[in-house]
Design a protein around this ligand. Structure first.
Ligand code: HEM
Ligand SMILES: *[C@@H]1O[C@H](CO)[C@@H](O)[C@H](O)[C@H]1NC(C)=O
Ligand SMILES: *[C@@H]1O[C@H](CO)[C@@H](O)[C@H](O)[C@H]1NC(C)=O
Ligand SMILES: *[C@@H]1O[C@H](CO)[C@@H](O)[C@H](O)[C@H]1NC(C)=O
Ligand SMILES: *[C@@H]1O[C@H](CO)[C@@H](O)[C@H](O)[C@H]1NC(C)=O
Ligand SMILES: *[C@@H]1O[C@H](CO)[C@@H](O)[C@H](O)[C@H]1NC(C)=O
Ligand SMILES: *[C@@H]1O[C@H](CO)[C@@H](O)[C@H](O)[C@H]1NC(C)=O
Ligand SMILES: *[C@@H]1O[C@H](CO)[C@@H](O)[C@H](O)[C@H]1NC(C)=O
Ligand SMILES: *[C@@H]1O[C@H](CO)[C@@H](O)[C@H](O)[C@H]1NC(C)=O
Ligand SMILES: *[C@@H]1O[C@H](CO)[C@@H](O)[C@H](O)[C@H]1NC(C)=O
Length: 353
């Protein structure tokens, strides 16, 4: 705890502490846009893009703020499996099972897909087919964070949509289960270039949204996971009376619909829902980061934004790679009927085939 406070305030008492502060500072740099992405990508082709998305999502969240969590998670699943290429949006087809159908879709909200397709229609009506479904998914996640009370930030755009499904195996291999411990999570995410700081910050996405009992029943049955607070356990057993129920519960009991740092306060009180959450506080490698975020929301927001920008650039398709889908849930067909003006140039046409 003392060490944690020293690190958080960066008192230059010891060389080692100074060093760790410097490392923190370098980790805090906003990641540079990946080649082919930029902060001004749609400046001429769709200047209204960001305001259309934000206005529409504000309306959606006014009637159901829970959809914000669904959209944030959708972007995470898209990016972790085969890169942020919108493949998570594809409906199953003869070409193979889509990510949506693989078991660890971990109950993505069906409505999230409808919201993205509605955004696509609105944006394409205003700007023609210039904006990809993967960019819309990234923007929706960004706005889900801000409109739930989180930081307002810009993200690089210019992603293109993939034309191939992610296999069931790739989906299973790339999304760690909630039963994973910190060792497993750190190892898994380090293969994608994430540091322990990134991992703890990204896990803060669990400050909004819900989970099904089945995602944490091993911590309730047959007996209480000793790392879980007794009162928290007693309440969860009321919501999840057996190991086979469809019930859901909020992930952050302190402020379930607000994007804030209370998730980390939950962890410090042994009220984290999943093993993958709670073990971040048990494990000595990540415990100090959890504490730092619990006491400093500004720090959490800064690190979360950086980690999200990093996540949002995993294996992106750019330039003439991939395509811009006319329907987010399916790949453009070869002999697609193209409305006049929908294709602006030959490159675009070639890239869509
Ligand atoms: C580190 C590994 C992660 C694991 C093991 C994990 C696991 C899970 C699980 C099991 C659920 C509940 C599914 C259900 O029972 O319905 C969930 C929900 C959620 N996750 Fe994660 N997750 C991880 C990382 C992330 C990241 C990086 C984000 C975003 C930054 C995120 C955002 C969310 C959100 C917002 C929900 C709530 C969804 C809703 O209410 O519909 N998760 N996660
Ligand atoms: C996720 O998978 C479950 C069963 O594995 C299925 O019932 C659900 O409809 C799927 N969700 C989506 C959005 O496809
Ligand atoms: C959010 O940030 C954008 C630019 O980064 C700015 O134009 C906008 O005014 C900000 N919105 C709010 C509500 O702070
Ligand atoms: C998928 O993974 C399972 C188990 O790991 C393996 O038996 C199977 O051959 C894999 N399938 C493909 C298509 O790679
Ligand atoms: C973490 O989980 C892995 C895989 O289940 C296991 O081999 C390892 O012993 C666990 N580590 C700790 C510290 O519990
Ligand atoms: C679902 O949870 C509620 C309390 O939140 C509980 O009363 C109910 O029995 C649970 N239903 C099932 C089927 O487990
Ligand atoms: C639920 O518990 C019963 C009895 O303990 C066990 O036989 C069963 O395999 C469990 N089911 C799941 C899905 O964990
Ligand atoms: C919280 O973190 C921010 C960002 O690193 C830092 O500027 C600020 O000084 C910290 N606040 C406290 C009270 O340590
Ligand atoms: C988009 O594609 C899906 C799946 O192929 C289809 O069900 C839906 O009707 C299509 N939407 C539009 C507007 O064409
Ligand atoms: C969209 O395409 C139509 C038909 O070619 C064209 O008239 C219109 O100017 C285009 N709109 C924009 C915003 O580029």
């Amino acid at each position: 705890m003392a060490m944690t406070f020293l690190r958080a305030s960066c008192l230059p008492t010891l060389f080692l502490i100074l060093l760790s502060c410097n490392m923190r500072a370098s980790e805090a740099q906003t990641p540079a846009p990946a080649p082919g992405l930029s902060y001004t990508f749609y400046r001429t082709t769709c200047p209204q893009l960001e305001s259309i998305v934000r206005t529409q999502l504000q309306t959606v969240f006014n009637s159901d703020i829970g959809q914000a969590a669904g959209l944030l998670r959708l972007h995470f699943h898209d990016c972790f499996v085969q890169g942020c290429d919108g493949s998570v949006l594809l409906d199953g087809s003869a070409s193979g099972p889509s990510e949506k159908d693989a078991p660890p879709n971990l109950s993505l909200r069906a409505q999230a897909f409808v919201i993205i397709e509605n955004l696509r229609r609105l944006v394409h009506n205003a700007c023609n087919r210039t904006v990809s479904c993967s960019d819309l998914t990234a923007l929706a996640a960004r706005d889900a964070v801000f409109l739930s009370g989180g930081p307002n930030y810009s993200i690089p755009l210019g992603r293109r949509d993939g034309t191939t499904f992610a296999t069931r195996n790739a989906t299973l291999a790339n999304l760690p289960p909630p039963t994973a411990n910190t060792t497993t999570i750190l190892n898994s995410l380090s293969t994608k270039g994430f540091t322990p700081t990134d991992v703890v910050a990204l896990s803060g996405g669990h400050t909004i949204g819900i989970a099904h009992c089945t995602s944490f029943t091993p911590r309730l049955f047959p007996t209480r996971d000793p790392t879980m607070d007794q009162t928290f356990f007693n309440n969860l057993r009321l919501t999840c009376p057996t190991n086979v129920t469809d019930n859901t519960t909020f992930m952050d009991i302190r402020s379930p619909n607000v994007f804030d740092n209370r998730y980390y306060v939950d962890l410090m009180n042994r009220q984290g829902l999943f093993t993958s959450d709670q073990d971040l506080y048990t494990d000595s490698r990540t415990r100090g980061i959890v504490t730092n975020y619990a006491i400093n929301q500004t720090l959490f927001f800064r690190d979360f934004v950086n980690a999200m920008i990093k996540m949002g650039q995993l294996s992106v398709l750019t330039g003439t790679q991939g395509q811009i889908r006319t329907n987010c849930s399916r790949v453009n067909s070869n002999n697609l009927f193209i409305l006049p003006g929908m294709e602006n140039n030959e490159d675009e046409k070639l890239a869509s085939y």
